[in-house]
Write a protein that binds this ligand. Structure first.
Ligand code: SF4
Ligand code: MG
Length: 272
């Protein structure tokens, strides 16, 4: 794929970006842009919504129809856009705190409704932008600025949460596997329904430094050494899977999509 085509989706006047050198978020943005180019999407028909946080700055760098909204509420904005113009491709990029803490209710209800939006959850297990506070996905026992003696809360499994709430497509990858990340994002966009693609990424400046993963390379190696493909994980015991990152496609099902039902309802009411 020509890089020129991928780079044409960037608002280069907003560069250099604010992400720290070595942050994993750029790998995810590149994977998303490659998926959009592969799918021959038009900028004028593609919406990127985001909330607040380092991950959510992505909306500002992409040259499409973008909306950088309030913390945890981007799915509300994205839902409104999709209902008003169902023909648009709507993608929502968010971080782990944005998705599962402040925006937790928006997330589970978007999964339940099964509206045709692709949610890209950039999970670095921490609130990176504000200095490394524990989030709902910070693993128990980890160090964070708000938990100097270690986290005691059990963490959310975002994919299980999405599956339990009814999402049509659920997958997980890591930034150590950019091709898989790109493929899952592409599959999520193609899926008619609510798609959740969780990508494990890293914040080496906060979470990494407090947890013996000081450099981006440490983090990439951590993901490489601790990822287990779903097919292999099925044969492993809970003890063997402790601390591992299971990657793969967990859900890919056909269920009625929300905007279709909404438009059918309008037609039905008009006909009465
Ligand atoms: Fe990335 Fe962390 Fe820097 Fe934010 S603070 S840009 S998440 S490395
Ligand atoms: Mg985060």
């Amino acid at each position: 794929m020509p890089n020129q085509e991928v780079f044409s989706w960037l608002r280069t006047r907003f560069f250099p970006h604010i992400w720290c050198p070595g942050c994993g978020h750029g790998i995810i943005m590149h994977a998303l842009l490659r998926a959009l180019v592969t799918l021959k999407k038009k900028k004028s028909q593609t919406v990127i919504a985001s909330g607040i946080g380092c991950s959510s700055r992505m909306a500002g760098y992409i040259d499409a129809c973008t909306v950088h909204t309030t913390h945890g509420r981007s799915l509300g904005f994205a839902t409104g856009i999709k209902l008003a113009k169902p023909e648009l491709t709507v993608i929502d990029v968010m971080g782990d705190g944005d998705c599962t803490a402040i925006g937790g209710n928006h997330f589970i209800h978007a999964c339940r409704r099964n509206i045709d939006i692709t949610a890209i959850v950039m999970n670095n297990n921490i609130y990176g932008m504000t200095g490394g506070q524990a989030s709902p996905t910070t693993p128990a026992g980890s160090m964070a600025t708000t938990t100097p003696y270690g986290v005691i809360d059990p963490s959310f499994d975002i994919c299980k949460l999405a599956e339990g709430a009814g999402a049509a497509y659920v997958a997980r990858s890591t930034i150590a596997n950019p091709k898989q990340t790109e493929q899952f994002i592409l599959n999520g966009i193609q899926k008619k329904g609510f798609s959740v693609v969780e990508i494990l990424t890293h914040c080496h400046t906060t979470f990494g430094r407090k947890n013996n993963r000081r450099t981006p390379i440490d983090n990439v190696n951590y993901f490489k050494n601790n990822s287990v493909p779903l097919a292999k994980a099925k044969d492993m015991s809970p003890e063997e899977l402790a601390g591992k990152i299971v990657t793969g496609e967990f859900v890919n099902k056909d269920v009625p999509e929300y905007t279709d039902q909404y438009l059918a309802l309008i037609e039905n009411v008009r006909g009465k």
